[in-house]
Structure formats: structure tokens, C-alpha cells
Design a protein around this ligand. Structure first.
Ligand code: GLY
Length: 429
């Protein structure tokens, strides 16, 4: 089967890498892809938001399955457009993708499904939102309702912080129309975990879990980023928790969406906080996480083509059960100096060769030089992830860091404490 992976980050390289290892795959295309996906197949210069271009490319190249990595093309309706052209797509249609593209919609689905989350209120007016926080006695999280490139969540320790966040969203419109509505939630505390499963709209596979280290600094300090590393399964994860999250958190939401006539097909991402009162859902996302995908794809034992095709076709119960390895994986993200603030690109990266099954480099903001050489240059804030696998977290961690030490580019930075200190004690989304 010919596969098209949509997107250009580390998540998409990890998806392409896992698909490439399937006997069912004859060729891989990526749009637009990066220097990592290019090593596995053919990059197509089509933006992930160019729905016409993506559908035309999938038809022209007789693609048998399109795997959509990021949320934006899903929220724009790429899967619906591909289905209308007769091409199976792994990723929900526009209506079900609202689980991520509208936080207020997600909370309403969650409430109807009886899935616990933080106390929250939805506001369409600045005055209403300001009045709420003026009389609320707890720290809150102010969320832009729509997609905001991962930046629409403000952790507000004080009323003043909350007012600033509300005004930025609703008056200054820093997130455009995405911030016209805000969801204000109580700020919860506890370890965070991202849980992923495959679903065809009715059935849900066994789930996999990983953590995401969001802050730039060692010890979970400094500003939030797109993710500085990940490991899984987390030390606190166990079969009982996995069964609870699958049964009580994810399946009820899948059933609620099916009952509403918009079945959810694809990867379901349940972002949880393990509070003293029990697990609480912080968010649902309509895709795999980044950088979590870089550690969970190496753990996927089952054939990804069979699973993803059967999700797209609504026949997951006919496929072999999804199996995950419990062998730990640790991913350390290397970023450009200055990230998440301004940073330079175009620096040569060395040390990328010699992957083996226990140390894998997933490219993210990296592109091959356009001078005809094989040189790979930095092209983004998050440049790549070094993933180590082992029989213990300590062994996987040592392998990831040993690999990172062998890679260099000007200004390279990475956290030294991935999988060593807990993630998410301070942040809530
Ligand atoms: N790891 C967070 C996300 O993918 O949204």
C-alpha cells in the first residue's frame, strides 16, 4: 500500500518510521515532511493546510491510506474531503475533531459522557469572564476555545494574571477568532499523563501512555514549549489505571460522539491529571501527541497499516488486537538556542547517522540543504528527538542521552532531566 503522512514534525517522522517497517507498505510520501521523512520516502511540497493540494496528490499517487499527524488539517476537514474522494484517512472528520478544535464543545461532550474534569465555565463576553474571576477564590486556567498552535492556555496563579489572560484573548484577540470564547477551569495539580488509543468510532484499542515535559528548563521551570521530551510507560502507570482510563474516560466519549452522529475515527488522545481526588481529563486531542508519538511508535508491536486502515474503515474489531511493548522508551528533544523565544535556523546538524533499534533519531524542525548535498540543517525550534529504548527507564534514558551527546548543531540545547524528574507538577495543560 502507498501511504501519505501529512505533517512535518517529529510526530510525523515517527509515524512514517513505524509505517515504513510494515510489510504492507510499498511507498511512503510525506507532505510537506522533513529531512527524516525524506529518508524513508518522498516529500511532497504541499502545506498541511492545503486541502485541495493534499486530496489531489493522494488521488494522483494512488494513495491507499492517508495518515494525518497535526490537528489543523483535521479541524479543517481533510479526512472528510479524502473520504469524499474515496481515500481512507486515519484521523477524525471535522465534526469529531471539534473535540480538540473547540474546548467548550469537548467539555460539553465530556459532561454528557460523565467523564470527570476540572470545574469550568464558558464565557462569550469579556465582562462575564472578568466578573467570574473577580469572585472566584482559586487559581484558574484560561483557555482560548479554538486552536491556538498550542499557545492558547494560560496558567493564572492570581486574579490579575487571569484578567490579563482574558483581555489578551477576548479584547486584544491575540489568538484571533479562536479566543472569542474562553473556557475558565480550576487549576488542578498532580502528575500529567497523555493516553492514546486507536478507535474506529465504536471500538477502542488497548491504550499506551507517555508523559510530556512541557517547560524549557531543567526541573520543570521556565516557559512552556511544544514539548522538551517524553517517556513511557510512566513509572506510575499500571494495568488498572490503563483499564480505568480506557473504560471510564475514553470509551464514553467515543460513544457520545457516535450517538451525536459524528463518530470519531483515528487516534484519540486523552490528557489526564492524576489528582488526589482521582484522574481528571485536562483535554482531549484529535491526534497523537508530539513528542509522545516519538516514544510510543517504537512500542507499537502490531501492524500500523492494518490498525489505521481498520480505524478509517470502521472495522477495528476485525483487526488483530493492538499490542504495545512495555519496554520503556525515553525521548529527549534537542532545540535551537533561544527557543521558545526567537531562534536562528540554517545550522548544519552532525551525528545523525547510525540509528539502531534501541536508539532512534526523529527529525522535527530539520530539512536537507537545498545545495544538492546530504547536509541536514536546522529549520525550526524543536529540531529533533533522540529516543532510547531499554529494559528499564534508566537504560533507555542512558541510551537517549548518549545519542544526544553525539549530535551537534550551533546553539543546541536539551533538558538533562527527562525521565528523571516528574513532569507536569506545575503545569495543568
Ligand atoms: N504533547 C502535547 C500535544 O501534543 O498536544
Amino acid at each position: 500500500m502507498r501511504i501519505l503522512v501529512v505533517g512535518s514534525g517529529g510526530r510525523e517522522h515517527a509515524l512514517a518510521w513505524r509505517l515504513h517497517r510494515s510489510d504492507a507498505v510499498t511507498s511512503i510520501f510525506a507532505a510537506p515532511g522533513n529531512s527524516g521523512t525524506e529518508r524513508l520516502g518522498t516529500n511532497l511540497p504541499i502545506a498541511d493546510t492545503d486541502l485541495d493540494g493534499l486530496v489531489a496528490a493522494a488521488v494522483d499517487r494512488a494513495i491507499g491510506l492517508v495518515v494525518v499527524g497535526p490537528e489543523t488539517p483535521l479541524a479543517l476537514g481533510l479526512s472528510d474531503r479524502l473520504a469524499a474522494a474515496g481515500i481512507p484517512a486515519f484521523g477524525p472528520g471535522r465534526a469529531a475533531a471539534r473535540l480538540e478544535s473547540s474546548k467548550s464543545f469537548a467539555r460539553s461532550v465530556q459532561d454528557a459522557a460523565g467523564v470527570p474534569g476540572p470545574n469550568y465555565r464558558v464565557f462569550q463576553t469579556v465582562a462575564g469572564a472578568l466578573n467570574y474571576v473577580a469572585h472566584h477564590n482559586r487559581p484558574v486556567v484560561v483557555k482560548a476555545d479554538g486552536l491556538a498552535a498550542g499557545k492558547g492556555v494560560a496558567m493564572c496563579a492570581s486574579r490579575e494574571d487571569a484578567k490579563i489572560a482574558i483581555r489578551a484573548c477576548m479584547e486584544d484577540k491575540v489568538f484571533g477568532p479562536s479566543g472569542q470564547t474562553v473556557v475558565i477551569e480550576d487549576w488542578l495539580h498532580g502528575p500529567e499523563v497523555s493516553v492514546f488509543g486507536f478507535t474506529d468510532g465504536e471500538n477502542l484499542s488497548a491504550v499506551a501512555a507517555a508523559t510530556d515535559y512541557k517547560r524549557i528548563g531543567h526541573g520543570d521551570t521556565g516557559p512552556n514549549t511544544g514539548g522538551m521530551g517524553s517517556y513511557g510507560p510512566p513509572h506510575f502507570w499500571n494495568d488498572e489505571l490503563a483499564a480505568q482510563v480506557r473504560r471510564d474516560f475514553m470509551l464514553p466519549v467515543i460513544r457520545e460522539l457516535a450517538d451525536r452522529g459524528s463518530p470519531y475515527r483515528g487516534a484519540l488522545y486523552c490528557g489526564l491529571m492524576l489528582t488526589n481526588a482521582g484522574p481528571r481529563v485536562l483535554e482531549f486531542n484529535c491526534r497523537f501527541g508530539d513528542p509522545e508519538t516519538q516514544v510510543i511508535m517504537p512500542q507499537l508491536l502490531s501492524d500500523p497499516v492494518e490498525i489505521m486502515s481498520s480505524c478509517a474503515n470502521g472495522s477495528l474489531d476485525d483487526a488483530a488486537p493492538v499490542r504495545w511493548s512495555s519496554r520503556p522508551a525515553v525521548g529527549v528533544v534537542m532545540v535551537s538556542g533561544g527557543y521558545p523565544g526567537p531562534y536562528q535556523t540554517g545550522h548544519p546538524i552532525t551525528g545523525l547517522e547510525d540509528n539502531d533499534d534501541d536508539t532512534i533519531i526523529f527529525h522535527a524542525g530539520a530539512q536537507r540543504a537545498d545545495d544538492g548535498s546530504d547536509r541536514v540543517l536546522t529549520a525550526g525550534g524543536r529540531v529533533l528527538a533522540c529516543v532510547g529504548r531499554g529494559d528499564s527507564v534508566a537504560e533507555a534514558r542512558a541510551r537517549a542521552y548518549r545519542r544526544a551527546a553525539g549530535i551537534s548543531f550551533a546553539g543546541a540545547y536539551y533538558r538533562r532531566d527527562i525521565a528523571a524528574t516528574p513532569a507536569g507538577q506545575l503545569a495543568s495543560a
